[in-house]
Design a protein around this ligand. Sequence first.
Ligand SMILES: [Zn+2]
Length: 373
Amino acid sequence: MRVTEGRVEFDAPDARDGASEGRGDGVFYNPTQELNRDVTVAVLRAYADREPRAETYLDAMTATGVRALRAAAGGWDATAADTDADAVSLARENAAHNDMDVTVVDRDANALMHESTTVFDVVDIDPFGTPVPFADAAFANARDLVCVTATDTAPLCGAHFESGVRSYAAVPRNTDYHPEMGLRILLSAMVRTAARYDTAARPICSHVSRHYARTYLELDGRATRADDCIDELGYVHHCEDCLARESGVGLIADPPADCPACGSDRLVTAGPLWLGSIRDREFVAAVRRELTGDMGEATRADRMLRTLEAELDEPTHYDQHRLCKEWTRSAPAMDDFLDDLRAAGFEASRAHYGGTTFKTDAGVTEIRDATAD
Ligand SMILES: [Zn+2]
């Protein structure tokens, strides 16, 4: 099938019967990730202003070549890599069709990143499943920015516990804030991987949807900055009875014996998690300004980025419906609910993780009391 995204027109494998994704002979195209790719294009535009010396972009698992083509259309010196011969020839055809100068190589991404004579300023890792097998090569070799997609949401959020522990060398927990748990497990693993190369990796934009987590990590080659990132790792202690949660930084967990809110001993601890901000507020605002009308998902991306920009930096979000169910109340309109929290003196914002998710500096008991009829 022929697909247009942004100003790029390309061939992609036809979806099989009933499938929304196209998978030809090993070549994968996922139309549900168009929003992800639209945001990538806007990030690359905003990043070119933030770091003017950045020029080279590696799409490490290119498949159809679409991400590299869209980067090249924005002026980046783009390289597209894949280990699948069909993907490589399709990406080359798509580059030729768009009359674009994209270097398409039949190389394993890890080998390419370690051995390339080109220094990649921006490396984009978009594998099927966990990005962990490619993280070392990316953080050891990229200069400015590493973009990461993870589609293994069940291991990340603790639903597939052992798999999550194995992949991310951290303890995920299945909570009512599972998208954020997944993102913070991913960020923790990426920050610790970069630190092994004396490199700081700090997220400047991150978002999560049902099928993936996506983050953009800006690099700094000063070891002291890597230490600063390590200092923002820590643990969340979660009460399975009343949904209260506490967090604390540090690499040694220090969980309370009982829930401070309800006294229950059904506490679980997750971590080490990234507890710092998941984005640079000003950068997200700049990214949003770079969305353009030729993007198929510009409207949804704008809405998501607005929410992300205004989101509080608390390490976990709440789900209003889950809380109201816990308290056997009906859920009021979200804006009224947040206004009640603010009227009681707390900070409150929506969160981009879903329409019923929010953030506040209030504890679970304070939320209950502040929003009671
Ligand atoms: Zn409790």
